[in-house]
Design a protein around this ligand. Structure first.
Ligand code: PEP
Ligand code: MN
Length: 264
């Protein structure tokens, strides 16, 4: 990946605002839930509506997503609200279905970025796509794995690429669910200054009370956008309940953020 300048072009070409905002529930639960949250978000700063339909859970026995059924719900979100949509893909079959169903942006989760074979399978399945593909950092603090995954996609002709910083797991006692290790994010930015970088304060904090502050740090560090899990009844969410905010709270977070002007 030498001429990284072109990696930035999708952000400019699509005329996307700064910061780019991706919001929506951790998991798509029911059609009603997906559409309710989407309607509550449609008149806010949200550019892409997220909802996980294939949910890789660390331990078995938890809700693992509604699967392909959710693709139809995301289509309805687009038809009814005009918002673009995104979901996580974790294997070739997911990629094929997401492309066939015109999901606008795909992201690769932290539990997939750790596996070179899975990353290669995904790269092959998405070969040449002009959809936006964002790669979350691996669960462990290993920049080479993160970069390696992105390089595999780039080599497969995927140019609308970006990265998502979702924090790194740690055994140390921490106030974060996943430690932000901001110095690693800065090192990553220095290596690929033209690769759009989005912060996921939801998975970093694991706690909705901390989302505002972590989002502000990310914008102060010149991140290009935020992915914030949003649910109409967060405490009743089927996954990641403690970290989700309501659509109303998301609006207030966005209003309170101090956003740097391009010229600063
Ligand atoms: C998610 O975005 O809901 C998710 C599972 O995130 P991560 O891969 O960062 O754990
Ligand atoms: Mn989640």
């Amino acid at each position: 990946m030498k001429n990284t300048k072109e990696l930035r072009t999708w952000l400019d070409d699509m005329n996307l605002p700064h910061p780019l905002v991706i919001a929506g529930p951790c998991s798509a639960e029911t059609e009603e839930q997906v559409l309710k949250i989407a309607h509550e978000l449609k008149d806010s700063d949200v550019n892409y509506y997220r909802a996980g339909i294939w949910k890789p859970r660390t331990r078995p026995g938890n809700f693992e997503g509604v699967g392909a059924l959710g693709l139809g719900w995301l289509k309805k979100v687009k038809e009814e609200t005009g918002m673009k949509t995104c979901t996580e893909v974790a294997n070739a079959a997911h990629c094929k279905l997401a492309l066939e169903n015109d999901v606008d942006l795909l992201w690769i989760g932290a539990r997939s970025t750790v596996s070179p074979f899975i990353m290669q399978e995904i790269a092959d399945a998405l070969e040449g796509t002009d959809k936006i593909v964002l790669v979350k950092n691996p669960v462990n603090p290993d920049l080479a794995l993160w970069l390696g995954g992105i390089e595999r996609l780039y080599t497969a002709g995927i140019k609308n690429l970006g990265a998502i910083h979702r924090g790194f797991s740690t055994y140390d006692k921490s106030k974060y669910r996943n430690n932000p290790n901001w110095q690693l994010a800065i090192e990553f930015q220095n290596k690929f200054p033209d690769l759009p970088l989005i912060c996921d304060p939801s998975h970093i904090t694991g706690n909705r009370e901390m989302i505002q502050d972590v989002s502000q740090v990310a914008l102060d560090l010149n991140f290009d956008g935020l992915m914030i899990e949003t649910h109409h009844t967060p405490d009743k969410a089927w996954s990641d309940a403690a970290q989700q905010v309501t659509p109303t709270k998301l609006k207030s977070i966005m209003e309170e953020l101090k956003i740097k002007k391009e010229t600063e």
